[in-house]
Design a protein around this ligand. Structure first.
Ligand code: CO8
Length: 257
């Protein structure tokens, strides 16, 4: 499938989505969102794909936010619609059964940071910068930045970043546990691929279960402990469980299908 605003490739069971509007610092407009949703659908449905990486093209930006030119003249209703649509698509990423890692290669601002936070794990290059500058534009974040930033770094620091609209460097993002690792830009994709590779050697059923259980912690009205009991039990009926336990008992490496 041909995309205009993103690039996709499949290599070694990994589906890579590269935001590709480098002249606009990969700003997220409606077309990017539509293509991102389509790409996630392809990655989800293709059984060859086991994990997903989202990154930005160029050496400057992962994504510098929602496309300000697109929403500058919006009415309140249009603003709400855009926000709801973006949140819906980012939730597809968060709820993906296949692990999704953001390889943050530069500015991750506003909607760009919100996209990175919808991914399961974030790895950043040293030159990356993070922030939610929406307050400087007279809006609150709209793609769940207030929620996921608070989940990831805690209320006090989240409020500081959200209310000042300030930008932080990669080392501070690491201290805040907003990202798992910071590496030189030329090592970003290798580090990301290596980490994803470690995950892909595990049972895909169990990895999907872990994602669902951890997400359950944050779901209103869901008891994560009960959810884990159900998910744990469900694993017992799967080929992955038989292969994993049999391989252990036979003192060999499990080969998950
Ligand atoms: N949207 C549209 N275009 C952008 C964006 C953006 N978010 N960011 C950068 N660009 C464009 C610039 O306009 C410029 O284009 P042109 O050359 O045509 O003028 C080009 O990218 C390069 O940018 P700069 O010349 O500004 O590059 P600098 O290196 O000088 O600065 C910065 C880099 C600091 C990243 C700067 O570009 C900047 O501050 N960008 C805006 C960052 C921002 O405010 N992001 C948050 C956007 S709001 C948001 O994400 C809300 C999400 C929720 C929306 C909910 C729906 C309503």
């Amino acid at each position: 499938m041909e995309f205009k605003n993103i690039l996709t490739k499949i290599q070694n069971r990994i589906f890579t989505i590269t935001l590709n509007r480098p002249k606009q610092l990969n700003a997220l407009n409606k077309e990017v969102f539509a293509e991102l949703e389509q790409a996630m659908k392809i990655a989800t449905e293709n059984s060859e794909v086991r994990g997903i990486i989202i990154t930005g093209s160029g050496e400057k930006a992962f994504a510098a936010g929602a496309d300000i030119k697109e929403f500058a003249n919006f009415t309140p209703e249009q603003g709400s619609e855009l926000s709801a649509e973006g949140q819906r698509i980012f939730k597809i990423i968060e709820d993906s059964k296949k692990p999704v890692i953001a390889a943050v290669n530069g500015f991750a601002l506003g909607g760009g940071l919100e996209l990175a936070m919808a991914c399961h794990i974030r790895i950043a290059s040293v030159n990356s910068r993070f922030g939610q500058p929406e307050v400087s534009l007279g809006v609150t974040p709209g793609y769940a930045g207030t929620q996921r930033l608070t989940q990831l770094i805690g209320k006090g620091k989240a409020l500081e970043l959200l209310m000042t609209g300030g930008m932080i460097k990669s080392d501070e993002a690491l201290d805040l546990k907003l990202v798992n690792y910071v590496v030189p830009l030329n090592e970003l994709m290798k580090t990301t691929t290596d980490l994803l590779g470690k995950i892909l050697r595990q049972s895909p059923v169990a990895v999907a279960g872990v994602i669902a259980c951890v997400n359950a912690f944050y779901k209103e009205g869901v008891d994560g402990f009960d959810f884990e009991v159900q998910e744990f039990g469900r694993c017992f009926g799967t080929g992955d469980f038989i292969e994993g336990t049999t391989a252990f008992l036979e003192k060999r490496k499990a080969e998950f299908k």
